[in-house]
Design a binder for this molecule. Structure first.
Ligand code: GLC
Length: 550
């Protein structure tokens, strides 16, 4: 290390720590974000907003659904064509093709190139070019002659029924102006008809809704799945709401019916009343295809975290704090060229494997002269950006859980704990069954008995507890019926170490949830759930037929 470099290293760490501090989100910040989001959710349920969008899905799978369905899953980066075989026992098999969507069709004056691209992928799939197994699957399903296709379209759409809707706006860097206001199912059908394929686009689904359905299907009827979160290229969540609360639909207040709501939480607080803001967030937003929009998504999702890190590193380089030099063709100089997986790799390398971190930085940024201090500084920035994202996701999930009313039923028998001020929205709770109280009493008494035996040195007499709880944490027992099950999908939650841990820390900062509520929350992966979810909606639509609209 040269003397000049040596001298600026302590400054670097101080500067990196200062910038990292700007990404901190205190428990108070989390609480006010959650409260604001609960208010926004209520507002979106009552009035037509671009969030809290009704999905028209009014029941959740039990795991018993059966049949073969074709699905298209068009997300922020890939297009997957799937043949989903629902086995009726909470399991399924999927044969699929997966292609990245060419960038030139995602930013285009016309919608036709995008939907032509998708239709061609369907044609290839039907021909069985990609996967001979699919042909067999489709032959089995051929009694219908035409295939009903479920379309998962991961962009903001106001649905008018299960079978269609209109695109409200693009995000995640896509920009096809003449598609806005049109029905994605119709645009796809037009391209399919042009190729003369025997396919009818029969249902439209958001990926968050699809993931929720897949999680419910695979978890079975007793799992009580409440919501699903997407933490990938984009971010969003769907949850189960009481239909009587969906006042924007003018629905009758029938208390025992439900509807899945696509929250579109990526655009929560676009007015920036409570969301945190750094100069790097502003720079990212100004250079985006949709400035002023998707402000939560721009702080949470994978598409943006790499870019935020790039901007902070570049800032430290330009102000001469970082000692590294980058090749002029380095990704550090190119917008959106750093993937969020870089943040995951930096976190995995940890602070005690300096050489691994240095090599990773050199390879990713085409950089030279990376010192241990540089590596530490970059790691600090990356973890601050990712921690803020996870805490924001936690604050948002807390809002969903509060709004859903699931917490209002305490784990203690008939006692109900109402924590929000909205009496009107109290669910019609029936008393918890006395069987459950007896169960808890026996379980607690058994634990006490075992402790006593241990105390008097007769621990060897301890057998298994007669009624084992389903999920047990250090400090308390959580019964199956108290579990609030959340499905999750996306690279951030799957690959970023500690993402879920940080989300949970934030949820515990919200008094309505706290440690007790946190213990009831189970988050499980519903990997690639969006395609299977579209098949599940197609299955439900084929059963419900005319009875699907409100
Ligand atoms: C964006 C889209 C939303 C989608 C999410 C995750 O936020 O607006 O519809 O669910 O990305 O893919």
């Amino acid at each position: 290390m040269t003397k000049a470099v040596d001298e600026r290293q302590p400054t670097l760490l101080a500067r990196a720590e200062k910038i990292a501090g700007e990404f901190d989100l205190s428990p108070d910040d989390v609480r006010s974000i959650t409260r604001h989001f609960v208010r926004q959710m209520k507002d979106g349920l009552a009035h037509e907003r671009v969030w809290q969008l009704p999905s028209y899905v009014r029941r959740v799978p039990t795991g018993k659904e059966k049949g073969k369905f074709l699905a298209v899953d068009l997300g922020g980066s890939n297009c997957r064509i799937c043949l989903v075989d629902l086995h009726g026992d909470s399991t399924f098999t999927v044969s699929q093709s997966k292609d990245s969507v060419p960038p030139e069709v995602t930013v285009n004056p016309s919608y036709r190139p995008l939907f032509d691209f998708v239709a061609h992928r369907i044609a290839d799939f039907l021909k069985g070019n990609e996967n001979p197994q699919c042909v067999q699957g489709l032959k089995d399903a051929e009694q219908h002659q035409t295939y009903n296709l479920g379309f998962t379209f991961s962009f903001t759409c106001e649905q008018t029924s299960l079978a269609g809707g209109r695109l409200i706006h693009w995000d995640k860097g896509w920009d096809i102006p003449d598609a806005v206001g049109r029905d994605p199912c119709r645009m796809l059908q037009e391209a399919i008809d042009h190729l003369g394929l025997p396919v009818i686009v029969s249902v439209l689904a958001n990926d968050s809704v699809g993931t929720l359905l897949t999680r419910s299907y695979t978890s079975g009827p007793t799992a009580s799945t409440l919501a699903a979160v997407i933490l990938g290229t984009g971010t969003n969540a769907a949850y189960i709401e009481r239909l009587s609360n969906v006042r924007r639909l003018g629905a009758e207040p029938i208390s025992d019916q439900i509807m899945i709501i696509n929250t579109e939480w990526g655009c929560f607080d676009d007015k920036m009343d409570v969301l945190p803001r750094t100069p790097f967030d502003d720079e990212l937003d100004e250079a985006s295809t949709d400035p002023g929009s998707q402000m939560l998504e721009k702080r949470v999702s994978g598409l943006y975290l790499g870019e935020l890190l790039r901007l902070t590193i570049l800032h430290l380089m330009q102000t001469n704090a970082l000692a590294i030099t980058c090749n002029p063709t380095s990704r550090i100089f190119e917008r959106h060229s750093i993937d969020s997986s870089f943040l995951s790799e930096l976190a995995k390398a940890g602070s005690d494997r300096a050489q691994t971190t240095i090599q990773l930085i050199k390879a990713t940024l085409s950089a030279e002269g990376v010192t241990e201090t540089d590596a530490r500084g970059i790691q600090l920035l990356a973890s601050a950006i990712a921690r803020r994202a996870a805490r924001l996701a936690g604050a948002s999930l807390a809002a969903i859980i509060i709004q859903s009313g699931r917490l209002k039923m305490s784990t203690k028998g008939t006692e109900h704990t109402y924590t929000t001020d909205d009496d009107e929205q109290r669910p019609q709770l029936t008393s918890r069954s006395s069987m459950r109280s007896i169960h808890r009493f026996i379980h607690d008494a058994t634990l006490l008995w075992r402790r006593l035996l241990r105390l008097v040195g007769m621990g060897s007499l301890i057998g298994k507890p007669p009624i084992p709880p389903l999920s047990e944490t250090k400090s308390s027992v959580v019964f199956q019926e108290d579990i609030i099950d959340i499905g999750a999908d996306g690279s951030l939650i799957e690959f970023y170490p500690m993402f879920e841990v940080e989300m949970r820390r934030a949820m515990r900062d919200v008094p309505e949830i706290g440690p007790t509520g946190d213990q009831r929350i189970r988050i499980g992966m519903a990997k690639d759930g969006s395609g299977v979810g579209a098949a599940l909606i197609a299955q439900a639509a084929s059963e419900m037929q005319g009875a699907i609209a409100i």
